[in-house]
Design a protein around this ligand. Sequence first.
Ligand code: 0O2
Length: 209
Amino acid sequence: MSMKDIYSDTSFDAIMLKYGLALEMLETELKVMIRNYEYTSKTTPVDHLKSRLKTKESIIKKLHKKGYEINNYNIMNHVHDIIGVRIVCSFLPDVYEIANLIKSNNKLVIKEEKDYIKNPKDSGYVSYHLIVLVPINLDGKEIKIEAEIQIRTMAMDFWASLDHKIRYKFRELPEEVEKEVYNSSLDIRALDEKMYHLNEIAKKYKEEI
Ligand code: 0O2
């Protein structure tokens, strides 16, 4: 019986194993980078980090939505967020600080950047996304696996989590609900600005006393 090595095995289970390994590698890389930054800058820009591997059902749903046939080639080439890492920061500028930190990491390759803070989505969704390639070593050979990193403030995370819940529950939103959900995203943006300014005032006050 011939045994396929994991590097050349293209079965669904082997693909998910590779993504699982890449997620572990990415999480470690990000945590080390953040701890190191916190140590040298004496600041704590990150409130928390969480990650997940997309479920098989969710992968199939995404391919359906994009109009692709369900096969392993399309999974690897058209689903960009099988690995999802979310970094939740305290204040708005922290989001860009962390994004720049990731962009300067020499192990990760930046494939795409989507700044939904400067260009919010029609829904009101605000966040900063990076699609990165994570290198992993299998049987002495390197492969690069795609991952999506979402960076946002706590306020943006609060809105996005509840927006996701509301949308998931109701599928299509009534127009007035859609409008109010959008309006609440404007409140969130204003709140982020306000908390940032209050923190700046507090910092200045601390420096002066
Ligand atoms: P889930 O359940 O969170 O995984 P792509 O993934 O790049 O092929 P797309 O849609 O162009 O497809 O990517 P985009 O717009 O960058 O969005 C990717 C993810 O951002 C989504 O993944 C959500 O997590 C989040 N997102 C985007 N728009 C919204 C929004 O309006 N509301 C909320 N709450 N989240 C949003 P999934 O797979 O759609 O969902």
